[in-house]
Design a protein around this ligand. Structure first.
Ligand code: ADP
Ligand code: MG
Length: 547
């Protein structure tokens, strides 16, 4: 029999394993994701080597991951046809911690009583050891893809030592096998394994088989170029990742190479989930999925998009982050900041194109998500100009169900008009009956009718468009003197003063002032607010929010 050599883990390793298995780990199912991701890495390497190196063992063999389980014996095995490991590689990779500082980091986590969640474990090159959560002893049989390689068996119970012996193995690649602890017998059940694979590894680039059945049914669509995508396929993918039963309104494939590289497939839902509109906080924890090298890292990654775009779902896959970066690292990573910046600008360009080329779709989109988009005006100052161009308004000149942009408004306003006028209220019909509108209607001056409740918070903040100030019709300081060419006899000064005084005396504290109006046509009086006063609609909203 071949001699079995015993090795000791580095001191650090013992403590590390202890931490992983006993203190920090909370999701044992992650072991499968880690083993699959290692298998996938090994397959990627052999695929690359085959491109550059003629001399490879089993050059023609299928690149795949195979799982086998036995629910009676509680055995579990995962085998790949990847690069495999030489004896030296086994010792270097499975007996030491590759990255310095890992132990210190993990200890500090424990001291802070933080959980070592699934996203963290792989970051420090310790993903493999998560298998010791679900088993007492692991066997790794491996043969390097180098043509003259030997095969080895590595075995350890994660207690401080491991053994290595030479074995016979015909094919290249690695097989990892173990017996599950009684507590984890669920992982020997077919449905459970399938579930975990679909959850974490559905888009791994190589087939994952369980007894000849391929579990990862959907391929990495976002890796394809636009003309390789079929609508039906893309729609299925959307429904799967977004948990929607309807087709998406539109999708956008993105491929970026440069300072950062990533591929992405983004979706516009066909309608907004109702809670989105009323509870802005719902956007807080949404976002596309983040993949690193085709391995799912975060399901709803809020750091990929600014909040006002987080209704967009999809996938972003980058090679520029280390596999399984932690939430904290994702958040502060300059790579993420760059990705977010590029995505945001691509998405706003997408909306613009939709508006130009598919106005019907854009209208559906804007109706559903316009109120959310507007949040961006007050939060994303870099893209403020683009967002302003996307705004759509009803006006005194738009037909039912059609809209005007600020650009169109300014293009069609008369040369003597210096301001952009708006009036805000609950509905179009209510606004059209407003006395403050009379003058403008008579003069044929277009007035924007703001009926979206969020308008009063965002539209006044635009201040001006194309050097033309935006002005609420409720403000007292609109200058009518220039436009005013009245055919009616003005009230004589000696009559006007006593009338105004009478109103002031009667209304007392309930108004700030009473002034002569040039804006009324058929109504005798109207209410306006002072130059610095709140818009009445805004006032209503504030009252509502204060409860
Ligand atoms: P990481 O994957 O982050 O490097 P792991 O603890 O998951 O850390 O794996 C440690 C190392 O063991 C890997 O980097 C790789 O060199 C080696 N390894 C693990 N699984 C396999 C495998 N199936 N085939 C080849 N090498 C592997
Ligand atoms: Mg790994």
């Amino acid at each position: 029999t071949a001699p079995v050599q015993e090795f000791e883990y580095k001191a650090e390793m013992k403590q590390l394993l202890d931490l992983i298995v006993h203190s920090l780990y909370t999701h044992p199912e992650i072991f499968l994701r880690e083993l699959i991701s290692n298998g996938s890495d090994a397959l990627s390497k052999v695929r690359f080597n085959a491109l550059t190196d003629q001399d490879i063992l089993d050059k023609e063999s299928e690149l795949a991951i195979r799982l086998s389980i036995d629910s009676k014996e509680l055995t579990f095995a995962i085998e790949d046809s990847g690069v495999g490991m030489t004896e030296e590689e086994l010792i270097a990779n499975l007996g030491t911690v590759a990255k310095s500082g890992t132990l210190g980091f993990m200890q500090s986590l424990k001291e802070q009583q933080k959980e070592l969640d699934g996203n963290l474990i792989g970051q420090f090159g310790v993903g493999f050891y998560s298998v010791f959560m679900v088993t007492e002893e692991v066997t790794v049989e491996t043969r390097s893809a180098r043509p003259d390689s030997q095969a080895y068996r590595w075995r350890s119970s994660g207690q401080g030592t491991y053994t290595i012996e030479k074995i016979e193995r015909a094919q290249r690649g690695t097989k990892i096998s173990f017996k599950l602890k009684e507590d984890y017998k669920e992982f020997a059940e077919e449905y459970r394994v399938e579930q975990i694979v679909k959850k974490y590894s559905n888009f791994v680039d190589f087939p994952i088989y369980l007894a000849d059945k391929q579990l990862n049914s959907i391929t990495a669509l976002w890796q394809r170029s636009k003309n390789e995508l079929k609508d039906e396929e893309v729609n299925e993918f959307y429904k799967f990742i977004a948990n929607d039963y309807k087709d998406p309104l539109d999708y956008l494939p993105i491929s970026v190479e440069g300072m950062v590289s990533f591929k992405s497939l983004l979706f516009l839902p066909s309608e907004a989930p109702p809670e989105l509109l009323y509870r802005q906080g719902e956007l807080e924890n949404r976002g596309p999925q983040l993949y690193v090298k085709k391995v799912l890292i975060q399901n709803e990654c809020r750091d990929l998009l600014p909040e006002y775009l987080r209704f967009i779902s999809g996938v972003v896959d980058t090679e520029d982050l280390s596999l399984n970066v932690s939430r904290e690292v994702v958040q502060s990573s300059p790579v993420m900041a760059k990705i977010r910046q590029i995505l945001t600008s691509k998405i706003l360009g997408w909306f613009e194109t939709l508006a130009q080329e598919q106005p019907e779709k854009f209208r559906t989109f804007y109706k559903a998500f316009g109120p959310i988009i507007k949040i961006g005006l007050n939060t994303d100052f870099t893209n403020r100009e683009k967002l302003i161009e996307l705004l759509r308004f009803e006006s005194t000149k738009t037909a039912d169900d059609s809209y005007v942009t600020l650009k169109e408004y300014t293009e069609r306003m008369g040369s003597e008009q210096k301001e952009i006028y708006y009036l805000s209220g609950a509905s179009r019909s209510q606004l059209l009956a407003h006395p403050n509108l009379e003058y403008f209607q008579e003069k044929g001056i277009e007035v924007l009718l703001l009926t979206d409740p969020v308008d009063v918070f965002v539209i006044p903040s635009i201040h001006e468009y194309d050097k033309k100030p935006l002005k609420s019709l409720e403000k007292a300081d609109i200058d009518f003197s220039k436009e005013k060419k009245d055919d009616k006899e003005p009230l004589a000064d000696n009559l006007l003063a006593p009338v105004l005084q009478l109103f002031r005396d009667t209304l007392g504290e309930s108004v700030e002032d009473v002034i002569e109006s040039h804006r009324l046509v058929s109504s005798p009086v109207t209410l306006v607010s002072g130059k610095d006063g709140l818009d009445s609609q805004m006032e209503k909203m504030m009252k509502m929010m204060q409860g």
